[in-house]
Design a protein around this ligand. Structure first.
Ligand code: GS8
Length: 214
């Protein structure tokens, strides 16, 4: 049975899952939802994601939600298909991948989500951006990126000298962020910039970005 992803390629959380599928070279089907009519807030969708958010995911009998849980599932179940994204060669590497996945989720994602809402999503829907929120969240993001700059001066990727889910999880928001007037937050930090150039030029990342146009 084909893998199904409920959502839209425009959504960064859905994009995280699609990027993992692209890296793994797995076949999948995107099941679009009528978001304008709140299909994601009603049954039958709520039985797939009770929080009424995208994405949701089906692989045969496995029905799950939360994009990062889905990418971990895919990376474990299809470990031997395509690239290993978990640092599976040792417990130490796996744990470092886990650590930087947590950093993405708790440090980077928090300000980044608010910035992209204000700078990309709201304008696309004709909603005014809140400059104060943008300023405050950019300051927080800058501090996170300073830590990344230091980390990436020691290794090519966040978890070491190998590409992993820890890097992949950052890509969808950065695709949008690099189209804003604040892209210098990345380009002015040499190691972060080299990392971004590397991870964004992977064929899977290029393909994902092609479909992320509001
Ligand atoms: C967040 C899902 C989410 O915020 C995950 O899957 O990673 N932690 C969850 N989804 C957003 C779209 S993100 O591009 C969403 O569904 N927004 C619409 C809404 O909340 O109504």
């Amino acid at each position: 049975m084909a893998i199904k992803v409920y959502g839209t390629a425009l959504s960064t959380c859905t994009g995280r899952v699609l990027l993992c599928l692209l890296e793994k070279g797995l076949e999948y089907e995107i099941v679009p939802l009528d978001l304008a009519n709140s299909a994601h807030k009603k049954q039958p969708y709520l039985s797939l994601n009770p929080f009424g958010q995208i994405p949701a995911f089906e692989d045969g009998d496995v029905k799950i939600f939360e994009s990062r849980a889905i990418t971990k599932y895919l990376s474990r179940k299809y470990k031997d298909t395509g690239i290993d994204l978990l640092g599976s060669s040792s417990l130490t590497e796996t744990t470092i991948v886990d650590t930087w996945m947590e950093v993405e989720s708790h440090q980077y994602n928090v300000p980044m989500q608010k910035i992209i809402r204000q700078m990309i999503v709201n304008p696309a829907y004709g909603i005014a951006s809140d400059e104060k929120i943008i300023e405050e969240e950019l300051e927080k993001l800058g501090k996170v990126l300073d830590v990344y700059e230091e980390r990436l001066s020691k290794c090519k990727y966040l978890a070491g000298d190998f590409y992993s889910l820890a890097d992949l999880h950052h890509i969808p928001y950065l695709v949008y962020f690099m189209r804003t007037l604040k892209s210098s937050f990345i380009t002015s930090r040499p190691h972060v910039n080299a990392w971004w150039k590397d991870i964004s030029s992977r064929p899977a990342s290029v393909k994902l970005a092609e479909n992320m146009n509001f």
